[in-house]
Structure formats: C-alpha cells, structure tokens
Write a protein that binds this ligand. Sequence first.
Ligand code: SF4
Length: 434
Amino acid sequence: MSVKVTGVDKHSPAARARIKAGDTLISINGHAIADVLDYMFYAAEDRTEVVCERDGKERKSVIYKSEYDDLGMQFDSFLMDQKRSCSNKCIFCFIDQMPPGMRETLYFKDDDARLSFLQGNYVTLTNLTDKDIQRIIDMRLNINVSVHTTNPELRCKMMHNRFAGDKLRYIKMMAESGLMLNCQIVCCPGINDGDELRRTLTDLYSLMPNIQSVAVVPVGITKFRQGLYPLEIFNAETAAQTIDVIAETQQKSLEKFGTRMVFAADEFYLTAGRPLPEGDFYEDYPQYENGVGLCRSLIDEVDSALKVAEYDGGKRKVTLACGTAAAVVHKMLAEKISQNFPDVELNVVPILNRFFGETITVSGLITAQDLVAQLKDLDLGDELLISKAMLKADEPIFLDDAHLDDVRRELGVKITPTANDGFEYLDNVLGIHY
Ligand code: SF4
C-alpha cells in the first residue's frame, strides 16, 4: 500500500525533509502505510525514517522531531483510505427507516474502527478480521462497540448477519488485552430487553474493569418502516422495567468497581415518567454523546448559571422549540428562570415530528418544515431558540436541507441555535449575546 501526499505543512518536519506534494508515501520506520492509523502510529517516534517515491525513484529521509509531533504531511482524505461501511442489515437500523430524497451522506452506513478510535463512532466488529483486531490491540486503540446483545444467535438475527455472533469474541479479546471499551446497546422491546438485556449486561460485567461504560439507548421507529421487521417502541411500563434491569448491574458494579458501568439513555426516564437521576449518578458522563445524562447536565448547569446571572433588560419573551420528549425538562427550566427573573417569559413549544413520524421525540431529528408548520401562527416573542443538534455540525442546515436563514425568513423572528450547555442556554433566554 502507498498513499499520495497532497500537501506538506510549512516549517513541518516533512517540509524540512524536502518531502513534497505529489510524492508517494511508501513506509515509515519500515512499515507500509495503509491509512491514517498506520501514519499516526508509526510516525509517533522521535526518529522517523520516511520512504517516499518521486518520479519512479525511492527517497529515504531520516527525520528527528519531538515524540508524537505530526510529520506535517497532508493526504486526499482524513482516513487516507476509503471509509468502511457496515456489512449488516440491522432490524432497528435508523438509516433504513429514512425517507428517500434526503442528502446522500445521511444514507452512508459507516462501520469503521478507525473512525471509532479517532471520532468516537460505534462499530459492530462484523466487518473486521482477526488481523484487524490484532492491529487494534497492538496499537492500543480504545474503541466503541455496538454490542446490542451478547447472545450470539440473537445478535445474528438482530443484525441480519450470520457472522455477528462469532464476532462477539473480539470484545473479549480486546478487553482481556487491557483495552478499555465503551459499548452501546440499542434496545428493542420484546427482543433484547428483559432477560436478554440482563444476560448481556452480566456478560459485559464479567469483562470489568475493561468495560469503561455501556449506554442502553431505546430503538427509534419512524413512519417509514414498511416492509421491515416489526418493532415496537418503549412505553412507560417497558421503559421502567428496562431501567430496573440496568439498575441490577449498576449496583453490583458500583460496589465492586466504584463505577456503575451501564447507563440508560434519558429517553427511558422521560418515557417511564421517572425522575432523572442526580448529577453524580452519571459519574463523568461517559455516554453523554449517546444521549445519557444530557437532561441532568443541562438542569444542573442552568441552576449554576442562575446563581451568578444578572438581568436588567426589561420585559422579554422567548420561545423554545424542542422535541416532545424533553419538553417537560424545558418547561421546568422555564419556570425556574421566570421565578428568578419575573420579566422573562420562556414559552416551550414541543414540536411533533411529522417528518419522521410522531414516535420520534428527540430534538435533534426535528426538521425545518416541522418547525415552520407548527410555529408560523404562534406569537414567538423576541427570539426563537432551537437546539443546535437540529443543524449540521459545520453548517446551519437542517436535516431536510433547509437553511436556517430560510426558516428565519419564514417565521419572521430571530432564531438562535443553542447548545446543551446551561450557561449558553440561560444567556440565550436572557438575550445576552457575547
Ligand atoms: S450497523 Fe446496523 S444500525 Fe448501523 S448502519 Fe449498519 S445496518 Fe444500520
């Protein structure tokens, strides 16, 4: 394998070694370079021997630099290779339940262990070989694994992949080699909840302390499931039962290892109508990105922000649009804020997800068309707050490809996307924009 160098950072170790755009990187310290992991791993040393090819001739450079300093070469793509897609057809796959016609990148089913290490993506391990796992172990890469179940037959069925059960042995191999794994379980009522979930958590617990955390997240079902495996969503009773099954392992793990190991996504508490756990329950919020503890963290941060906030801006009315699940949390925050600042009124409007179906209740999947349709006849006051999760990470574009400016124009109101950060949240409610 070899990779084309597309650029070299000015004054970098590679530039000092006269490596140029157009060269082909052949090896570093005698190791062929196939992708970004090889590049990062083998170039970490302070003495680095780099072989490149230029005009058909190999050229060796010995580069001295600080350990872990980047050599400064640029490549066509971040991975220096094609992104790997999954080889499954999971019965709960959200991508299979999306309507046609959305932006192409939303349909890409990535399952790439390299992105798991570099960006925190979850991988199923089904497209990996023993050699790939040995490489992960040798490079000491802590990755995030979509486990779903440790029952091999059930895993094959849930992932519609006859190798999915066998690949569970990789979890054990990685944990026993000392790697720390974050895991997730997409939980489907009647399929991998109840005793199956108990079994999965018991099996993962047997790998402690090498399981860093496990998130149990509820399956999401859209209205576009025609022809797919029949699935149900959680109701108050099944959500409460799931919280109780999870609590058994949490208790055991806390006593022996000082960590709960496994956490239920916020949606379980909201669906069950149970109080959200306190902040210290979530420890260091290891599964925050997976929707575990977002509500508690927001509540606690708004409480802290309220202790130091000042407001003398006169009467102010703000609307906050959110998914139906978290509306109860935002309404509670709105009450707290107006108790502290009687001039400030925060109206919370839960948006029904008509685009994907009303069983989708999270804020991050609300589209511009639902916002416009459900807010256009309301008095939105001075400003509309929406969750930043409704937009692409790097552009103010909604899931249905509408631009934030179009929604602003349609609704005729200032719109401020707000992060799940209590201080930013309160500043935006109070109209304090730095
Ligand atoms: S691993 Fe399963 S859930 Fe993930 S993208 Fe592939 S089919 Fe969908």
